[in-house]
Design a protein around this ligand. Structure first.
Ligand code: FES
Ligand code: FES
Length: 145
């Protein structure tokens, strides 16, 4: 069993030793907004916040985050970044988008007016196979509307 705090709610669920946080969120809690791309810590699609810090949930064992605050894209549905991604048309297939928004939320929390260079640096761990980078950058640069 594992005790998880996700998007402000507490959950107790079965999780064998070795189960990743990403699998647990998706299969155990039905939070399928968190995507699994490479499943090896390279692409950023699975990014969630653990105590506010962007974390690759595919390579994080669920038992290591017991009792800590996990935030997924579902917990950020009212974040202004969601609208700014839509306004900037910052996606094509959308597979990378939840991870992009989760990472961007931590970036703007720490630095509400990041420069383009700071955005590129802060978002370097989130890959987009569709190459939507210029529009993703635009969305983050204009997130406050
Ligand atoms: S799915 Fe986790 S980094 Fe790619
Ligand atoms: S929008 Fe398709 S991978 Fe980024």
């Amino acid at each position: 069993m594992v005790e998880l705090v996700v998007n402000g709610g507490s959950h107790t669920l079965e999780a064998p030793v070795g189960r990743s946080l990403a699998e647990t969120l998706r299969d155990g809690l039905g939070l399928t907004g968190t995507k699994i791309g490479c499943n090896e810590g390279h692409c950023g699609a699975c990014t969630v916040l653990v105590d506010g810090v962007p974390t690759l949930s595919c390579i994080t064992l669920v038992h290591t985050v017991e009792g800590r605050n996990v935030t997924t894209i579902e917990g950020l549905r009212d974040h202004p970044l969601v609208d700014s991604f839509v306004r900037a048309d910052a996606l094509q297939c959308g597979f990378c988008t939840p991870g992009q928004i989760v990472s961007a939320s931590a970036l703007v929390e720490a630095n509400p007016e990041p420069t383009r260079e700071q955005i590129r640096h802060g978002m370097a761990g989130n890959l987009c196979r569709c190459g939507a980078y210029p529009k993703i950058e635009e969305a983050i640069a204009t997130w406050q509307g």
